[in-house]
Design a protein around this ligand. Structure first.
Ligand code: AMP
Length: 269
């Protein structure tokens, strides 16, 4: 595995590949867990060369969010990436990605209005800009994203469509802990009490999914369960359509940690 810390170094590695090689890109913010590993494995299976990036992107954190507290473990991440067969690991600094004088931003409009876009103004502008930069540097055939961040995946698909990037966006199922909690780098920040309470998030969403199957209101069902967990502070439960598929999505806080999750709903909500 080769590690590139500059854009030029990564470009050189990329240019050294035989033409026609299919490159798979897995963008991450590091503190790699089994959710990230599932994306790396898919890329390994489907592509000739796997490029992963580790970049805690300051542009997607709002003021007062957890940019400084976000878990970072480069040594462990390098080991994991190597074990998972990553060919090139890109670990740029903030200055490398946003040098002095940087002033071009990518704004995906309609899709970013509600849910995470409403709760985190500027978040998707940061996501879309970093992704477009990575796409331009790596020129992947495919890029891999998790269903856990369903709105983000939809925003990236829209970006690729609107700007004719010709990249296949692969969206892979959410990997969960035994009690259903979606794996997330932020989960290590939960206290034992908060970690136990966090399981109400997938429980509420699954109950909503089941209610929907029986013709009942998924949002009301999920909200009832989520509101009855005193350690969780519910931000939203909503349905939304991404890529023609209906989702039930929720965000909640457990202390300092903000959690998001979603499940798919059959048919029309
Ligand atoms: P992050 O490092 O949290 O920015 O995530 C990097 C990529 O991994 C994103 O496409 C996420 O949607 C995806 N991801 C994060 N957690 C999970 C999970 N539990 N299951 C599947 N994919 C995930």
């Amino acid at each position: 595995m080769r590690i590139a810390r500059t854009i030029n170094a990564l470009r050189e590695l990329r240019e050294g590949l035989p033409s026609g090689f299919e490159v798979g890109l897995v963008p991450t913010m590091g503190a790699l867990h089994a959710g990230h590993i599932a994306l790396l494995e898919a890329a390994r299976n489907e592509c000739d060369t796997v490029v992963a990036s580790i970049f805690v992107n300051p542009a997607q954190f709002g003021p007062g969010e957890d940019y400084d507290a976000y878990p970072r473990d480069e040594t462990d991440d390098i080991r994991t990436a190597e074990e998972e067969g990553v060919d090139f690991l890109f670990i740029p600094t903030v200055e490398e990605m946003y040098p002095k004088g940087f002033q071009t931003w990518v704004e995906v409009e309609g899709l970013t209005q509600g849910l995470e876009g409403a709760a985190r103004p500027g978040h998707f502008r940061g996501v879309a800009t970093a992704c477009l930069k990575l796409f331009n540097i790596v020129r992947p055939r495919r890029a891999y994203f998790g269903q856990k961040d369903a709105q983000q995946a939809a925003v990236v698909e829209q970006l690729v469509r609107d700007l004719d990037l010709g990249i296949e966006i692969r969206i892979l199922p959410t990997i969960r802990d035994e009690d259903g909690l979606a794996l997330s780098s932020r989960n290590v920040l939960l206290s034992p009490e908060e970690r136990a309470a966090a399981a109400a998030l997938p429980r509420g969403l699954l109950a909503g999914q089941e209610a929907h199957e029986h013709g009942k209101d998924p949002v009301a069902t999920a909200r009832e369960i989520l509101s009855s967990e005193p350690v969780l502070e519910l931000e939203y439960v909503e349905t939304a359509r991404f890529d023609g598929r209906f989702h039930l999505l929720a965000a909640a806080r457990a202390g300092r940690v903000r959690l998001i999750d979603n499940v798919l709903l059959e048919g029309d909500p």
